[in-house]
Design a protein around this ligand. Structure first.
Ligand code: SF4
Length: 363
């Protein structure tokens, strides 16, 4: 461990300071910018996050501007980034900081941890990067590096292993250099110690890395066999009225993708055709009886815990007036105005298909 700790201080951190990639949150490092970037980076790649971060900062340059915004505005800036509870949580946290702390960002680890949506990883990241607290972060990249340099033998997804890897990361942290140490470990995992084909020849830790010495880096991190990802089939409808307006519904806050808007529909039940599924779902969600028309698009999308095929059809109301029975709200909009509210990625594909359809003269 001493040898590894030395290599981190003498080789890894200098390598990082020389080679670090340029990222917008690495310049003008304020607690607010670090916090937003860390939330965006959860489960999302750096190259995807950069344009979102820049747009978000332009729209909400300060914590106050974020606290003053509506939830819908925040979700609109987040749309397409996924895991929308992050956006709802950061909005709620901004309001707490604004109302209860006069806009001053919490400066202790315990206070940061109390913010909605901030777990131990994010608190350590904010604490170390914004306030240089001696806290080690352990994300997927760090797990890979630590597993390889130590030839760590346990299933890295288990709680016991996570705890142990956190302890290893804590023990390796050079006092007073937490920010550089954390970023260096993450950068090494993202650019050199790659999941497939790690570039051991270019690695500043190669001489102390046990996986490299045994020439078996790909054996680490050890992972238990994956369970099969469930697949669901969903039916959704683009319901149009006589004025040509389209019916959209807003998901309830407590549901997955809460607060976002959608083309109404839901999961297909066994023994049901997709048309029957759409009719049942629209009856349950909005209290309307619809007639199914032309097919529009099948959207295939992968979420973290399941994959989905969403078959989307045009439809018209046969009976009933929409009521928000199993949704938060609904509205009729012209197709040109569909993008004025936030949607999940799958529904954005439907909007693209619709725009194409209308531009080609569909009626
Ligand atoms: S030597 Fe290879 S396996 Fe070991 S940390 Fe470096 S890149 Fe990863």
């Amino acid at each position: 461990m001493t040898e590894l700790k030395q290599a981190i201080e003498q080789r890894l951190i200098p390598w990082f300071l020389k080679n670090k990639r340029s990222m917008p949150w690495r310049t003008k490092r304020t607690p607010y910018r670090v916090w937003i970037s860390e939330l965006m980076l959860q489960q999302t790649r750096v190259d995807q996050v950069i344009p979102y971060f820049n747009r978000f900062m332009k729209r909400f340059p300060s914590l106050k501007s974020l606290a003053d915004a509506s939830q819908e505005d925040v979700l609109t800036m987040w749309q397409g980034l996924g895991y929308y509870s992050r956006a709802r949580n950061l909005h709620a946290a901004a309001r707490i900081i604004q109302d209860e702390r006069a806009g001053r960002f919490p400066e202790s680890h315990e206070e940061i941890l109390r913010l909605p949506g901030v777990g131990s990883y994010t608190a350590a990241a904010i604490g170390s990067l914004a306030f240089n607290m001696d806290l080690a972060v352990v994300d997927g990249n760090v797990i890979r590096v630590l597993s390889r340099v130590n030839a760590y033998p346990r299933d890295s997804g288990s709680t016991a292993a996570r705890r142990e890897l956190q302890q290893i990361a804590d023990a390796l942290l050079p006092e007073g250099q937490a920010g550089d140490y954390n970023e260096a470990m993450m950068e090494l995992g993202a650019t050199i110690c790659l999941p497939r084909n790690p570039l051991c020849g270019e690695c500043p830790l190669s001489s102390v890395c046990l996986a490299n010495k045994s020439e078996r880096p790909m054996d680490y991190p050890v992972k238990a066999p994956k369970k099969k990802t469930p697949h669901i089939v969903v039916g959704a409808a683009v319901v149009r009225n006589r004025a040509g307006k389209i019916l959209i519904a807003q998901r309830r806050d407590k549901d997955m993708l809460g607060g976002l808007w959608e083309f109404p529909g839901g999961k297909q039940e066994p023994e049901e055709t997709i048309q029957q599924c759409i009719q049942r779902e629209l009856q349950e969600e909005l209290g309307i009886d619809v007639e199914i028309g032309e097919f529009l698009i099948t959207v295939k999308h992968a979420y973290s815990h399941f994959t989905m095929d969403m078959h989307t059809y045009f439809a018209r109301i046969r009976k009933g007036r929409p009521r928000p029975l199993e949704c938060k709200d609904y509205q009729w909009v012209r197709w040109e105005q569909l993008r004025s509210v936030p949607y999940s990625k799958a529904d954005l594909y439907v909007i693209e298909a619709l725009e194409e359809y209308f531009k080609k003269g569909g009626s």
